[in-house]
Design a protein around this ligand. Structure first.
Ligand code: PLP
Ligand code: COI
Length: 343
């Protein structure tokens, strides 16, 4: 067994077919025992619920190699919990949290040669997904499902890595009040695809979505939550009146790191688009994005420029980034339960 021969520093955020995946099927009201398999293909009935009524939820987490050669992942219990919340909202069965974590362990161990080396800048992205395989034709939940976890090595989500990006204020909405913005369901991303293609064509890296009700408050981007640093160097984190922001595990961890490791004060509150000009730094945070700095927001041609500029990450976000990634990669002591040792 030896590491795969990839140029880890230039793999980007792309799918590589790895050797093994974990699959469990739900039928007659229960999940089967589940197993590791080599088959990356899925055969579905033309009438499978996922194809018609988008009954699908997913998760994203990463495995890291530490300096001393262990393989770890970050707070998988929170991914298991969130997937249960997501599944419940779409009338899908829960996959038990203890089995979720065990399946993550098994699939990462089976693909250990695909875990990028410590210090390479790449990580192993773990994608749990659950979808309706059972037949439906009228609008109703299916009665059969598949839970699957595959992995793929990834580099930075945004081209240029830690270079600041430019984002635009979108005219599209990501999530409705009382909708599904607070769960991780593929349907939320389907409706963002036209918006992201349009943003990319216009030269922007991501969309900032406003609350759909008043179009006044900042919610999040298509694939990450948002954090700001105010004029006093403290953290301001957008909160939704309508519970339509995805509860990012990275963001919740950053809030705790800011308070407990860096002694910052943290305000979690609704943030108006028209007050953003007062902030010094802006970042996008998530498993894929880690903390990606934003240099400018383009609001219908008007540029909101952050003091941190377009060359590098601002000083507060940099400290947060170094502390968070130090914890994730085992270089800084983690709060109890944050780092899960796989091997
Ligand atoms: N918001 C959206 C819409 C996302 O897709 C993601 C990615 O998972 C996040 C936020 C960040 O969440 P997490 O930090 O749990 O990965
Ligand atoms: C993640 O960060 O894990 C996500 O699922 C975001 C996605 C846009 C890649």
């Amino acid at each position: 067994m030896s590491k795969k021969n990839l140029d880890w520093s230039s793999i980007g955020f792309n799918y590589h077919v790895t050797d093994y995946r974990y699959v469990s099927n739900y039928k007659d009201g229960k999940w089967d025992d589940g197993a590791i398999t080599t088959d990356s293909k899925i055969v579905l009935s033309e009438d499978a619920g996922v194809l018609h009524y988008a009954q699908e939820v997913f998760e994203g987490l990463k495995a890291y190699e530490t300096e001393d050669g262990h393989i770890v992942c970050f707070r998988p219990d929170l991914n298991a919990d969130r997937m249960e919340q997501s599944a419940g909202r779409l009338e899908m069965p829960a996959f038990p949290a203890d089995r979720f974590i065990k399946a993550v362990d098994e699939v990462v161990k089976a693909n250990v040669d695909w875990v990028p080396p410590f210090g390479s800048g790449a990580t192993l992205y773990i994608r749990p997904v659950m979808f309706a395989t059972g037949n439906v034709i009228g609008v109703k939940p299916a009665d059969e499902y598949q839970f699957r976890i595959f992995v793929t090595p990834v580099g930075p989500y945004f081209k240029g890595g830690a270079k600041p990006i430019v984002v635009k204020v979108s005219d599209f909405d990501r999530a409705a009040p009382n909708g599904t913005g607070n769960i991780k369901a593929g349907l939320n991303y389907a409706m963002s695809l036209h918006a992201i293609v349009t943003a990319h064509e216009e030269g922007f890296a991501e969309n900032v979505y406003l609350d759909a009700q008043s179009r006044t408050y900042i919610e999040e981007t298509g694939g990450a939550n948002i954090i700001f640093v105010d004029a006093d160097g403290n953290l301001v984190v957008p909160k939704s009146f309508t519970d339509s922001i995805l509860p990012s595990i990275t963001r919740r961890s950053i809030v705790q790191v800011a308070k407990d490791y860096l002694g910052l004060s943290v305000e979690e509150r609704p943030v108006r688009l028209d007050e953003v000009q007062n902030f010094k730094e802006m970042g996008l945070c998530g498993t894929a994005a880690v903390i990606s700095p934003v240099g400018k927001i383009n609001d219908h041609g008007k540029e909101i420029c952050f003091e941190s500029g377009m060359d590098e990450m601002g000083p507060v976000l940099k400290k947060l980034y170094d502390t968070l990634t130090g914890i994730q990669m085992g270089e800084i002591e983690a709060p109890e339960g944050w780092v899960h040792v796989i091997k």
